[in-house]
Ligand binder design. Structure first.
Ligand code: MN
Length: 222
C-alpha cells in the first residue's frame, strides 16, 4: 500500500486534491498484553466523480490508505445486480474530505461529490488475505449504504488483462430494489448536486449536470 502512483498522477500545484501524509500501517485491532484493544473504526467513502465518464469511487480504509475501486454505475442495493468495480490506485485518507473540482486537463479532471461516507467492518480480520483470495466480505454503516456487501474478483479480461471486481449487496434488511443512485443523488456533506458543486466553484455546470439524474436536475431548477 503506497501513495506513489496517486502522487505520480497528480500535480499538487494545480489540483486542490490532498497530497496525503506518509503512509504508516494501521491495524484495526491490536492484542495488547492479552487485552483486545479496539482502535477507531475504519472509514469508507463513495465519491461520485464526473470525469471523462461518470463513475463512483468506492474507497475502504486499510493499511493507512483508502483502497479504491471505480464503479461506473455506482453501488446497487439489489443483490441480483452485480456492479463492475475496477481497481484504481490507493488514495490518501485525507481524500475522504475532498469535494469540489479537479481542473480540466488534470488527471480525473471534473467534479467530485462526497456521495456517501461512514465506517466499514471487514467480516474476517485479515483483509489482506481476503483481497489476495479475491473475496472481501464486509458491512457498511453509511448514510445511504448499509449492511452486508462483498467485493469479488473476476478473471482478468482477455482484451486488457486487467483484473476487475464485482461489488454486490448481500441479502439482508438493507437490500432493496430501490435505485439509490437515482433517488439519492446529492452530497451527504453539502446536499449539493454535481451541477451545484460545479456552479459554486465557477465551473461548467452543464458538463457536471450530465452526472445528475434527470429528475433531480428538474427539481433543482424549479
Ligand atoms: Mn474517480
Amino acid at each position: 500500500m503506497s501513495l506513489k502512483e496517486y502522487r505520480h498522477k497528480r500535480r499538487f500545484d494545480v489540483t486542490s486534491e490532498p497530497e496525503g501524509k506518509a503512509v504508516k500501517s494501521v491495524k484495526a485491532t491490536k492484542a495488547v498484553k492479552g487485552h483486545r484493544r479496539t482502535a477507531r473504526k475504519l472509514a469508507f467513502v463513495v465519491q461520485k466523480h464526473r470525469a471523462s465518464a461518470l463513475h463512483y469511487d468506492f474507497r475502504l480504509e486499510w493499511g493507512g490508505v483508502m483502497l479504491s475501486w471505480a464503479v461506473p454505475k455506482g453501488p446497487s442495493l439489489d443483490p441480483a445486480t452485480k456492479r463492475m468495480a475496477m481497481p484504481v490506485e490507493d488514495h490518501p485518507i485525507e481524500y475522504n474530505a475532498f469535494e469540489g473540482i479537479i481542473p480540466a486537463g488534470q488527471y480525473g479532471g471534473g467534479t467530485v461529490m462526497i456521495w456517501d461516507r461512514g465506517t466499514w467492518t471487514p467480516q474476517a480480520p485479515d483483509v489482506d488475505a481476503a483481497l489476495a483470495a479475491g473475496q472481501l466480505k464486509f458491512s457498511l454503516a453509511g448514510q445511504k449504504l448499509h449492511g452486508s456487501w462483498v467485493l469479488i474478483r473476476t478473471r482478468p479480461r482477455a482484451e486488457t488483462g486487467r483484473l476487475s471486481w464485482l461489488l454486490i449487496k448481500h441479502r439482508d434488511a438493507w437490500a432493496s430494489a430501490d435505485d439509490v443512485a437515482e433517488r439519492q443523488p446529492r452530497s451527504v456533506v453539502s446536499n449539493r448536486l454535481l451541477a451545484e458543486i460545479a456552479r459554486d466553484e465557477g465551473r461548467d455546470t452543464k458538463r457536471a449536470a450530465f452526472g445528475d439524474p434527470p429528475a433531480a436536475r428538474i427539481r433543482a431548477r424549479s
